[in-house]
Design a protein around this ligand. Sequence first.
Ligand code: C5P
Length: 298
Amino acid sequence: MQKKFVLKASAKLNLGLSVLGRRADGYHNLETVMQQISLADTLTFEPCTTGRGWTFFCSDPDLAGDENLVCRAASLLSSLSASVLPGVRISLYKNTPVQAGLGGGSSDAAAALLGLNRFWQLGLKKDVLLILAARLGSDVSFCLQGGTAVARGRGELIEQLHPLPFYWVVLALPPQVHISTGAAYKMLDPLDFGKLSLQELIKAIEIGDRKAIDDWLAGSYTNTFQEAIIKGSATLGRLNRSLQLLSLNPALSGSGPALFILTADYNMARSAAYAVRENGGKAFLSWTMTGNREWLYV
Ligand code: C5P
């Protein structure tokens, strides 16, 4: 019988995000540099004696329904297996803010794929898991691998990059602002598509040039979503402005509303987190990570 085990589902940042254009299937092509961070949800997998298949518990009752990506990952995997699968209880403990641009749900889905592949001893290899990940959501492929990567297509085509040098990450969230990815894409002006190039950032990461990375992130335009999303919420706009006035260079992650500040200096990170709270935001202190160890089991 399988033993209980625990997996972390790390949040992600989009260090840069350029929407390139709308596709015939309703999605958008993009290019984005993604970074795994230490802020994470926790999933436990344990034998469930009451039956076969899987049962699901979530610490946030609002996310406990069948439409949770963890449940969708479980039903996708179980539909692929002809044999009777041993019962598993999956418990999800949420830490990552939802609908914030931090990939919390996508990362839960990725951890569910990895965890159930192990628990049910399915033996699915990386290439198959990546195909399943893309079916669950555009960001799930990156979350499977973690580390630092460029994502293209609708987000499912991953090119791993040299690991980012270590940074402390200060996350700044305006209270009570949640933005669904689909709604955020609808807010974009097509005239902005393809205007942002990430080549300088990618080059700086590949050669490990911290100064060039810092300079790129300090630029005024790092994400196609930033104007529409920041204009669309007065609370987010105020938080962003006050952090800008303190020269903290906040950038928007994904389709927002999470802002982030990167610094190599711990004292600076603590002061930035304090400044976020002083200005009415919720602050999380996190750090950059170099990749998912769970691949060792695939
Ligand atoms: O892939 P995911 O399920 O996370 O996407 C949620 C929604 O965001 C999609 O239904 C689509 O409206 C939008 N989206 C998009 N282009 C992408 C990713 C997501 O238009 N590259």
